[in-house]
Write a protein that binds this ligand. Structure first.
Ligand SMILES: [Cu+2]
Length: 110
């Protein structure tokens, strides 16, 4: 009987985890993590609040950027992290200046 309840809880937890994973990435402790690997931002789309920090981790052996033309640019050296604090008006698409096919999107939510 106890085992049955435990199993049901496991199933519920697995379901909740799957649901969470399917939604847009969201902040933990005010920092949103985006990894860069094999010439791609992961996740591609993030939601952020003004004042939260986006932290990119570059797992590739060469530099990337997160660039919003005419606004800001973050250079992320190979194997390193770099951050940007979300500002009003940061609902933008960004790209890598060195690899313009690399694209990401930030949506500012309140
Ligand atoms: Cu790049």
């Amino acid at each position: 009987m106890t085992a049955g309840i435990f199993n049901r809880r496991q199933v519920l937890l697995a379901g909740a985890a799957a649901l969470a994973a399917s939604r847009l990435a969201h902040a933990h402790n005010g920092t949103i993590h985006v990894s860069i690997e094999k010439l791609a931002f992961q996740p591609v789309e993030i939601e952020a609040r003004v004042g939260e920090t986006i932290e990119w981790t570059n797992k590739d052996p060469f530099a990337h950027t997160a660039t919003v033309k005419g606004r800001w640019e973050v250079v992320i050296p190979p194997g390193k992290t770099a951050t940007h604090v979300v500002e009003t008006g940061d609902s933008v698409e960004y790209y890598c200046r060195f690899h313009p096919n690399m694209k990401g999107r930030i949506t500012v939510v309140s």
